[in-house]
Design a protein around this ligand. Sequence first.
Ligand code: 5GP
Length: 206
Amino acid sequence: MKYKNNRGCLFVLSAPSGTGKTTIANRICKELDNIEISISYTTRQPRDGEVEGLHYYFIQKDRFNQMINDNAFLEWAAVHGNYYGTSRYKIEEILSSNKDVLLDIDTQGGKSIKLQDPDSVLIFIMPPSFDELKNRLIKRATEPIEKINQRLQNAHKEISESIHYDYIVVNDDLDRAVEEVKCIIKAERNRTIRYNIKHMFKSKEG
Ligand code: 5GP
């Protein structure tokens, strides 16, 4: 990868809860080289099977507030009644090692990232329909019914925010959706704005 300034690129994946975004994000990081998923901080309680430092860093609200005051978050947001934030330090560490970052964050976070870095790439994963989304959330059974209803209400708002995104991928077939996101990432990596042509001349001289 010969990125300008030897800096990786920020890719954001957003979707209503239950759309399969996290599964897609994990597959992307497994199947593509040179891209790392960012692990967020959250005040939400861990779900069964979630591991500290692998799925999230689970912290208390006062530590989260402290991190806001310390400017430790590149972006943060309240989502479904909990707080979530992206570590500024960790993102900088990955990007400056010339690697891409994949952020699995909500649409508030996506908008904030785009404002800070207009060359970032926002990809919205769309569910096939609201009915399908409701079925998936009920089947997943990670939340009680009132939380599922809250997430469905938020889904309407999030879908209307997709107009601010660069790409929309419909997840009606997981393999195809993963393939489409991979194609977007590969194409974006080859955009002229990211390519360091000076590298060509340097390697010729040297
Ligand atoms: P969940 O509780 O289902 O893991 O995540 C709820 C929502 O919060 C998802 O849309 C997820 O992408 C989003 N989220 C996770 N981490 C972050 C973060 O660091 N910042 C923002 N803005 N959203 C996040």
